[in-house]
Design a protein around this ligand. Structure first.
Ligand code: PAF
Length: 314
């Protein structure tokens, strides 16, 4: 099944308007291409939730803080189109592939900005990145007018920020999260993995290992009737990464998964007596040579914990 390729805002708008007039529910899966199985899973999820699916492929220059990262970002439109066609029943209806001049015909005078949620994690390492993301996601939603848009959990901070974008600006688009897809050794799928050599690929295993170590501590603490603290999870995740060869740590943080701020309490160490397990986001970014990789798990979210443990048995 080959998707219709649309390249202009006008064509995309006209197609969406026709679908909505016919009563169809539309899903958008925004991507920057170089699609891997994680993306394909997001498209499958979109196909289950909507009657019509649009996949956008646009390498958005405004969310790159480094020219070399933008230049080196993998691009493979024909491979992407073939991978999407291979989804059969779940293949998207439209591939929206505007060029930079179509999306930004002139230097914008008005853009969308993020506050607070971008102060840490990738927002701190990549100044302006999330303003670029929310601006392009707003523009894509304005052109496609989807009922829902699907984002991967691997980019956890992006998912949180986009969820708040939709709520705070009344986009009228439901934001749906798709689980992180992992290789057999636990490494999360990422378009950037294509740029790793064999040594780099081996070094990347330390990332899920660090997350797994944090989850195991959280589970042991809970099993012993104690509440895992942010400090404990941070110590074990950071310790695992500091011993790993071939990578440098950009950040390891343990934060409140909603506010992306440190959990309350002296030294960020919070003791909670009763109730459901406290949810703590353990988020990691590392550099392996020129390649920057991110990953995360929400300790206390049993599904997320289990998916990580299942995918990375050590
Ligand atoms: O996650 C990505 O690939 C990008 O940040 C997105 C959401 C497509 C916006 O350019």
């Amino acid at each position: 099944v080959t998707a219709t390729r649309l390249t202009t805002v006008a064509e995309m708008r006209a197609w969406s308007a026709r679908q909505r007039a016919e009563g169809h529910r539309l899903a958008l899966v925004p991507t920057m291409g170089a699609l891997h199985d994680g993306h394909l899973d997001l498209v499958r999820l979109a196909a289950r939730l909507a009657d019509r699916v649009v996949v956008s492929i646009f390498v958005n220059p405004r969310q790159f803080d480094r020219a070399d990262d933008l230049a080196g970002y993998p691009r493979d439109l024909d491979g992407d189109a073939a991978a999407l066609a291979g989804l059969g029943e779940a293949a998207p209806d439209v591939l929206y592939v505007p060029d930079v001049g179509e999306v930004y015909p002139s230097e914008p005078a008005v853009t969308v900005t993020v506050s607070r949620l971008d102060e840490r994690l990738c927002g701190a390492s990549r100044p302006g990145h999330f303003d670029g993301v929310v601006t392009i996601v707003t523009k894509l939603c304005n052109v496609v007018s989807p009922d829902l848009a699907v984002f991967g959990r691997k980019d956890y901070q992006q998912l949180r920020i986009v969820t708040r974008l939709a709520a705070d600006l009344d986009l009228g688009v439901e934001i749906v999260a798709g689980p992180t897809v992992r290789e057999v050794d636990g490494v999360a799928l990422s378009s950037r993995n294509r740029r790793l050599d064999a040594d780099g690929r081996r070094a990347a295993r330390a990332i899920p290992a660090a997350l797994r170590a944090a989850v195991e501590v959280a589970r042991d603490e809970r099993a012993a009737g104690r509440v895992p603290t942010a400090g404990m999870l941070l110590d074990v995740a950071a310790g695992t990464l500091s011993e790993a060869p071939g990578l440098t740590v950009d950040y390891v943080e343990v934060l409140d998964p909603e506010t992306l701020a440190p959990p309350d309490g002296p030294d960020g160490r919070r003791e909670v007596a009763d109730g459901p397990p406290e949810r703590l986001l353990v988020a990691v970014a590392v550099h392996i040579g020129p390649v920057r990789l991110i990953d995360n798990v929400v300790a206390g979210d049993e599904d997320d914990e289990q998916r990580l443990l299942d995918a990375s048995t050590g």
